[in-house]
Design a protein around this ligand. Structure first.
Ligand code: AMP
Ligand code: GLY
Length: 424
């Protein structure tokens, strides 16, 4: 069969890598892919957001199954467009994608369906937002309603900072229409967890747990990014916690969607804070996380394409999970996340390719005349398997020593929270 993966990040390279191992897959395409997918799939020069052009391509090529990686095409309605044309595609439709596309929608949905989340208020007027915030406890969290590539969340420690944030978002409109509404919410404390499931109507299948590292700098300092590294499993999600996540969050979402008449088929990502009072939702994403997908897919054994197809068709499936631990470190360009520099040659990749228990997923890379160059903020994902988290961490950082590009930077402490807490 012919499979198309939509997207060009590390997540999509990991999806393509996993799918390419399936004997069912005869031809694999990636739109528009990167320097890594170029080696295992045919890169198609169509932007992920050009949903009609992608549907035209899928029809013309006779693509049997499409998997959508990023949120933007999902929110833009790629699934509706494909389904209209009778094309099989795994991902939620436009209406269901509002769970990620609008934080205001997601918060109201959670309130209505009694899904635990931070207390919140929604504002479309900057003055009203400021009047409200002055009586709210500190720190206060301010979020742009719409998509902002991980740059729409602000944790303000003073009222002055909160006013400035509201001005930046709603008056100066630095994120454009994404912040025409803002959500102001309570600051939650605890460990974070990314809990991702595959959903098809009433059915769901949990994927391995993971923890992302969203801040740019070691020790969780600096601005939020799309994610600087992740690992799986997430040991903070013990059995009891997982049971609460399923009962209080995932199953209520599925029931709520049904009540709203929304049919959901695709990955569903609950970004959680594990608080003293139990797990609470920070956000929903309607896709796999990036970089969480990388360590997570590395732990799925067997034919994931077949499993996904069966699940898509409404059959029950069970996944065979590797008990080893996986860890992924993001290598970023100088200037990321604000203004990443492009066009730097990457050296040392061949050396790492032969290393045991290590795999590299490309994100912002391209190949020119046989050489690999940076093209984007997050450039490479260096990932490893280990018998425990510490071993996976050591193997990943050992591989990184051999890779170089000008301005390369990365966090040196991916996995530290679990290692500190569980001391292993
Ligand atoms: P989000 O995009 O909503 O997941 O937010 C990005 C990151 O900001 C999260 O992963 C958390 O680290 C942090 N964050 C978001 N909302 C809150 C909150 N209510 N309390 C504490 N931290 C938060
Ligand atoms: N790593 C967080 C996300 O994919 O949204």
């Amino acid at each position: 069969m012919k499979v198309l993966v939509v997207g060009n990040g590390g997540r999509e390279h990991a999806i393509a890598w996993k799918i390419s191992q399936s004997p069912l897959v005869k031809e694999l395409y990636c739109a528009k892919g990167n320097g890594g997918t170029a080696k295992i799939a045919k890169n198609i020069p169509i932007e992920p957001i050009h949903v009609e052009a992608l549907a035209d391509f899928a029809q013309r090529e006779g693509i049997d199954f499409t998997i959508v990686g990023p949120e933007a095409p999902l929110v833009a309605g790629i699934v509706d467009e494909f389904e209209k044309r009778g094309l099989k595609v795994f991902g939620p439709n436009k209406r269901a994608s509002l769970l990620e596309g609008s934080k205001a929608f997601a918060k109201e949905f959670m309130q209505k369906h009694q899904i635990p989340t931070a207390e919140f208020h929604i504002f479309g007027d900057p003055q009203k937002a400021k009047n409200f915030v002055k009586d709210f406890g500190l720190p206060v969290v301010i979020k742009a309603d719409g998509l902002a590539s991980g740059k729409g969340v602000f944790i303000c420690k003073s009222y002055e900072e909160a006013y400035q944030t509201i001005d930046k978002l709603m008056v100066k409109k630095v994120l454009g229409e994404a912040a025409s509404k803002v959500v102001i919410e309570e600051f939650l404390e605890g460990e974070e967890a990314s809990y991702i499931v595959m959903v098809n109507g009433d059915r769901y299948v949990p994927l391995p747990t993971s923890q992302d590292h969203k801040r740019l700098l070691d020790g969780d300092k600096g601005p939020n990014t799309g994610g600087m590294g992740a690992y799986s499993p997430n040991p903070f999600v013990d059995e009891d916690t997982e049971r609460s996540i399923k009962e209080l969050i995932i199953e209520r979402v599925i029931k709520g969607l049904k009540e709203e008449g929304i049919n959901y088929r695709g990955f569903l990502y609950a970004g959680l804070m594990l608080t003293q009072k139990g797990p609470k939702v920070l956000e929903f994403n309607v896709r796999l996380g990036d970089p969480e997908a990388q360590p997570l897919l590395m732990r799925i054994r067997g034919d994931f394409c077949e499993a996904l197809l069966n699940f898509y068709e409404g059959k029950d499936i069970s996944l065979d999970i590797d008990q080893r631990h996986t860890l992924c470190v993001v290598l970023a360009s100088k200037g990321y996340p604000e203004k990443p520099e492009d066009g730097k040659e990457i050296k040392g990749l061949e050396e790492v390719e032969g290393m045991e228990d290590v795999v590299i997923f490309h994100a912002g890379t391209e190949i020119r005349e046989g050489k690999v160059f940076t093209k984007g903020g997050r450039v490479l994902n260096v990932c490893a398997w280990g018998e425990n988290l510490k071993e996976a961490q050591e193997k990943a950082y050992n591989a990184i020593k051999r890779i170089h590009f000008e301005g390369m930077h990365y966090r040196k402490d991916i996995g530290y929270r679990a290692l500190l807490h569980f001391q292993r």
